[in-house]
Design a protein around this ligand. Structure first.
Ligand code: AMP
Ligand code: MN
Ligand code: MN
Ligand code: MN
Length: 281
């Protein structure tokens, strides 16, 4: 099925993407996607609008979500793909994360106030169109305000570790998050395994722990992967008996380069995350 164009990791303005769900789906269609997933951070609220647009355009939409989770005191991202968005266990978990985001945003704004950036909460709310506040919104706001020149420097100067806007994550533990996804009938997939600032040894330990907790798959191809990285993660997928997934992690901000549906080929040596599903029908 390699002739199909599949992109299973994308954001809308229901979390930290720039475009509306309809606009993201329309763009995916224009870029030639056959199968597509909207995976906003800790919310499924954009999927209703996305589904309406996908129906109009006759594009196959896989219902998805990207859930923040703790592993060994670090934040990781686990995608839930093919989920039932009406599942109560999943929605209860997501609600907990949405409440934490609200509290965290208030703390971050206070921290930024201490560093001389005033009115951060009010300003960031204007950037976060649907009310879910992420660090991406803080970053965009600080660039707009001229405090930093680009996203990368904001994260470095303000939004991580002990920096003024750095707030420790207290998301649910990874095994609990995998449980929510499975309760909703979805596949749990570790997102962008090489973006966690961990050594490869540590990422292998992460994959080992997660596959012991019933993780289904790992993202082998992402929008920023090099071919060496794809080969490496593909080997890990085999080693830990995980299905492979593919997704651009498109956010659509004017200053970001990743494009929807523009992905390198998936190595044919792995089993795909859509195996045993009706996603390609
Ligand atoms: P949050 O879930 O609110 O902590 O925000 C995390 C989001 O910030 C990620 O999903 C990325 O979209 C974005 N992000 C994290 N680190 C960086 C970075 N160094 N540069 C640009 N964006 C980043
Ligand atoms: Mn994001
Ligand atoms: Mn992510
Ligand atoms: Mn993402």
């Amino acid at each position: 099925m390699s002739f199909m164009k599949i992109d299973l990791h994308n954001h809308s303005y229901y979390s930290d993407g720039f475009l509306s769900p309809s606009e993201v789906v329309l763009l995916a269609k224009k870029e030639g996607c056959d199968v597509f997933s909207l995976t906003d951070h800790d919310t499924t609220d954009g999927l209703i609008e996305a589904q309406q647009q996908a129906d109009k355009l006759d594009l196959k939409l896989i219902h998805g979500v990207e859930i923040s989770a703790m592993w060994s005191n670090m934040t990781i991202h686990i995608l839930g793909l093919g989920i039932d968005i009406n599942n109560e266990t999943l929605q209860k978990g997501l609600k907990q994360h949405q409440e934490f985001r609200q509290l965290r945003a208030e703390k971050m704004a206070r921290g930024l106030g201490g560093a001389g950036v005033f009115g951060a909460l009010e300003k960031v709310k204007l950037v976060a169109k649907k009310g879910m506040i992420t660090r991406t919104h803080f970053a965009q706001m600080l660039v707009q305000e001229g405090v930093c020149k680009d996203m990368r420097s904001v994260f470095k100067r303000f939004l991580t570790g002990k920096k003024p806007g750095g707030v420790g994550g207290k998301w649910a533990e990874y095994d609990e998050v995998i449980g929510w996804i499975h309760a909703a009938g979805g596949k749990a997939v570790l997102a962008h395994p090489l973006r966690y600032r961990m050594t490869n040894t540590k990422v292998r330990r992460l994959l080992n722990h997660l596959s012991g907790a019933d993780l289904d798959g790992v993202e082998v191809v992402t929008g920023s992967s090099s071919s060496d990285e794809i080969t490496l993660v593909s080997q890990w997928a085999k080693e830990f008996d995980l299905l492979s997934s593919i997704g651009s992690d498109y956010h659509g901000w004017p200053n970001q380069r990743v494009r929807i549906g523009h992905l390198q080929d998936m190595p044919q040596v792995n089993e795909m995350v859509w195996k045993d599903s009706s996603w390609l029908n």
